[in-house]
Design a protein around this ligand. Sequence first.
Ligand SMILES: *Cc1c(COP(=O)(O)O)cnc(C)c1O
Length: 471
Amino acid sequence: MAVLYGSSRGRAPELGFADVLLTGLAPDGGLFLPTDWPTLPAHTVSASSSYVDLAAEVIQPFVGGALGREDLQSILEDAYATFDHPDVCPLVQLDDGHHLMELFHGPTLAFKDIALQVVGRLFDHELKRRRQRVMIVGATSGDTGSAAMEAVRGSEHVDIVVLFPHGRTTEVQRRQMTTLKDANVHAVAVQGTFDDCQDLVKAMFGDEPFRERHGLAAVNSINWARVMVQIVYYVWAVQQLGRGAATDPAQATTFCVPTGNFGNVFSGHVAARMGLNVDRFLIASNRNDILSRLIETGEMRAEEVVPTLSPSMDIQISSNLERLLYELLDGNGAATAELIAGFRDHGRAALTPAQHQRLTDEFSGDRIDDSETLAIINEIYQSHGMLVDPHTAVGIGVAQRHRRAGEHVVSLATAHPAKFPDAVEQATGVRPELPPHLADIFDRREDYAVLPNDLATVEDFVDGLRVDGLS
Ligand SMILES: *Cc1c(COP(=O)(O)O)cnc(C)c1O
């Protein structure tokens, strides 16, 4: 039986996986969720397997008829052949009862690769079947853009245009986008901020003739397929640590997740819904701490975003949180829509005491500021000789502060230290080295357009690409 997907706002028709993949956002503005949760087969956690075999097993029920098992398996094999570690997501021990799971072994050195390498290939497969071509447009503050470009480079069915704020990414981040040679990937530096880039993307989607002409598509963090692919490594951790055999609470695992848009930790929640033996989730934030305040008080309150050393978590409104709210509201789409609308209008929204209780039964959270982040990076270097990036350090700090006696915690390492070399060097005096496949990135030729923050100019640029592409 194929899983069907409905909207978190309850007013969109149910769709199958392939449509959900290509659509992204539901037509009522909500986020897609499966109408039933598949159960994890017991052997996926009790017996050992390769990462790819496990991924095929966990993902298959969600894709249903859209993809046969052999196609899925070969997409997964291709996707994870781009990773530089045979385990894909290796675990290393930090302390007794505290492991780090490294999610940064993909081509762009951040955990986004784990999902996007698969999602890019799923797009390609489905578009080929439909004999369609799409143009993915997106805005990035750094990590997502390069991961999406890497994921679709060379595709015959997808073009991608990524807007980034000129002069506001790190040099490594920019070069990861501007040194790709494939004809279907295009980096555009916009003379403006990340918010300006996002507004331009929204405006392009809102321009219906333009959207139709190019078959615009998105792969942002609300795409269900990204959440789905991330479920796998939660199961993997439990399997690798040999903690999966029992549903015994003493054997349960806690995950600590550096969180921004709530996509990563929501995937963990899905794994738990599917039967994985999880104790709780620790949500780690930097100074942009709306989530830890929600957990403390039961109320969401928007505040200004402040820049930090962990920029991929500099977010106030976590887009994937809507999926969890829908669950806390017992799958009531109308109530979810009302809560979200209230929050958009007034910058605040409150859970009932019962909903708040359910949230805190599963999630705890805390914040770590920049000076604490630097101290943690240094402490891990001194005690373990290991360099960790600022996002990972925020997670480790929260895990150390909140771990109870006997609790087994897996902290997620979401970026490679060499992606944020300045912070790591500031904390330790050591500049982390890029892995071999990126070692020459500073010598590669860059190719990108610099455009003003102006919709007509950006649309003209995209129109020009399409003409070239067809000739
Ligand atoms: C995207 C990102 C995060 C935040 O993940 P969410 O799924 O948005 O919560 C954390 N760390 C790094 C390095 C990232 O790139």
